[in-house]
Ligand binder design. Structure first.
Ligand SMILES: [Zn+2]
Length: 553
């Protein structure tokens, strides 16, 4: 009998050891997990350990194999790799958030209320705001500084009008700018009112008078810079972004980011992964070309950013032929051709990627040829043309020929579609925002938003890319609909293809084992829901390296 019990115990032990589960940090099950691998497969469950994806599979298989510290029942919700914005201005957006947003205010009282609310949350030395427009108020006169003076007797206030040509400031700001009733500024107006026969400055300033106060605003302090990064990060996590390609950072900002990531503030860590393009500041370029590529898990400095031309809206884009709605203008390159050629040559001798903003077809053509000349037949350099907004029909094939990556922003198509044909005419506009044609060249394309020019929400870009309509469903059949992407393409553009364009496809962009556990859980499945619902999908949770960084409340 004793022998039998012993035998049974041994058998039980063996069985137990056979089904012993591996302990992991996090297990998600009962969902649709879009892995975004080469076959676009999905899984029901996923395990995460030490910040990386360990395995994906069926509910049964994964639950049998693993036990986890945290288990999440997805209740059928979809999971995607964390979204990547391949071209944005993350830090600039953060700085913008330090300004009170005064757009669409209905009255001066509302402006003051918004400014007070903002000032409570942002303990900056100056209180800044912009976007007011008195023409949209019932009283269409310029406001005065009385309320600002009583609310903020010690902090300077500077509130810019929507066009930037006027501002209202308080008494502290006027004093700091040494403005009084006798001050005269050429090319500017300091508004005055007679009170009891005496001149009184209303606080409203026009043109050059605005600049006289503006120059007194100190550059953001270290604390304000950190606040900008943190606020930008918080908003970006809330829309599912886990990597942002900042298209132009100075060395000192890159170093600040690196130091924050290296020794994080426990309560308030900078968790966002950043692909930082070095701005075309000569000193910074010299420094990084000497130093070489800099790469940590959270920061990748691998690229140098240039501007070839301006924007289409303001007719700064450099075109091959004159503007259709202003024949005397054609746009221009922002530097002599030689400058770009020289820089391309130098960068081609380093490991850096060259990323150049090109909007007009002439700028695109010139940079394509400049890249090809500098790179000769070098392999896998992944140099990018940012925006590639207007492309001449015969130049599309050059992207393929020279293996140049067009980095595009689908929301630009639906923001500019109302006037793009005016600038370009009915023929030339067909080569503009031609994202499908560009995708066909290399079989891949990264997408971004260029925020804060556009909204930060990558799902707006997803919608614009697959539907090519604005929020109201205009135009009915989509703008140049032949250039739409499929949903699978749009998803890849903001995950694996964006990662590839950053030399990061081995560690992110998909949920394959061994990659960072950067992922986002959405309310509903953007691969399946009707077009008109894509706009309102919300993020349930966002994770970076297996750590929850956002949860919907
Ligand atoms: Zn940009």
């Amino acid at each position: 009998m004793q022998r039998l019990i012993l035998l049974l115990t041994i058998i039980l032990c063996i069985q137990f050891s056979l089904i012993a589960q591996t302990k992991v940090d996090l297990l998600l099950f009962n969902g649709t997990i879009y892995i975004v691998d080469s076959t676009m497969s999905t899984a029901e469950a996923m395990v995460v350990n030490q910040g990386k994806v360990l395995e994906t599979g069926t509910n049964q298989n994964i639950k049998q194999k693993y036990s986890a510290t945290e288990i999440i029942d997805l209740h059928g919700k979809p999971v995607y790799p964390g979204f990547i914005d391949a071209h944005c201005h993350f830090y600039g957006y953060g700085l913008d958030l330090q300004y009170a947003d005064l757009k669409d205010t209905k009255s001066w009282d509302e402006v003051v209320a918004r400014v007070s609310e903002h000032a409570k949350k942002h303990p900056t030395s100056w209180i800044l705001g912009r976007g007011w427009d008195q023409n949209t108020w019932p009283v269409k006169e310029f406001p005065n500084r009385k309320m600002l003076d009583s609310l903020f007797p010690d902090r300077p206030v500077f509130l810019q009008r929507i066009d930037g040509h006027a501002a209202i400031v308080n008494d502290v700001a006027l004093k700091l700018a040494k403005m009084n009733e006798q001050t005269i500024i050429s090319g500017g107006i300091i508004e005055k009112k007679k009170i009891n026969g005496k001149d009184w400055l209303t606080g409203t300033l026009v043109d050059n008078a605005v600049d006289s106060v503006k120059v007194k605003i100190p550059p953001p302090s270290r604390e304000e810079q950190i606040a900008a990064l943190m606020e930008a990060q918080q908003n970006c996590f809330a829309v599912g972004l886990t990597t942002v390609d900042d298209a132009g950072l100075k060395r000192k900002t890159l170093e600040l980011i690196d130091s924050l990531q290296a020794s994080p503030d426990i309560k308030n860590p900078l968790m966002m992964r950043i692909y930082g393009m070095v701005t075309s500041d000569d000193e910074d370029i010299e420094y990084y070309l000497k130093r070489g590529i800099y790469r940590t898990e959270k920061l990748n400095i691998h690229s140098i950013k240039f501007y070839a031309d301006g924007a289409l809206g303001s007719r700064g884009a450099c075109l091959l032929k004159p503007y259709s709605d202003k024949p005397e203008q054609q746009g221009f390159l922002l530097h002599p051709e030689d400058y770009f050629k020289k820089m391309a040559k130098r960068i081609s001798n380093s490991e850096f990627q060259m990323n150049t903003h090109c909007i007009g077809d002439s700028a695109v053509r010139f940079i394509l040829h400049t890249y090809s000349e500098a790179l000769k037949n070098q392999k896998d350099r992944r140099w990018r043309i940012e925006h590639a907004q207007v492309v001449s029909p015969e130049d599309f094939a050059l992207f393929k020929k020279y293996r140049i990556i067009p980095s595009v922003q689908p929301t630009h198509a639906t923001s500019d579609m109302y006037w793009a044909a005016d600038r370009l005419g009915p023929e030339r506009v067909k080569g503009a925002y031609a994202y499908h044609q560009l995708l066909e060249q290399n079989g891949m394309i990264p997408s971004g938003s260029d925020f804060p020019v556009e909204d930060i929400n990558p799902l707006y870009g997803f919608y614009a890319a697959v539907v090519r309509q604005d929020k109201t469903g205009f135009p009915e059949n989509g703008f140049q609909i032949e250039n739409k992407w499929s949903r699978a393409e749009a998803l890849k553009a903001m995950t694996i293809w964006a990662a590839y364009s950053n030399f990061e496809e081995k560690e992110k962009g998909s949920l394959e084992p061994g990659k960072f556990a950067d992922f986002v859980i959405l309310e509903s499945d953007i691969m399946k829901i009707p077009d008109d619902m894509l706009f309102s999908v919300r993020v349930v949770r966002t994770y970076v390296g297996g750590v929850k960084v956002y949860q919907k409340r």
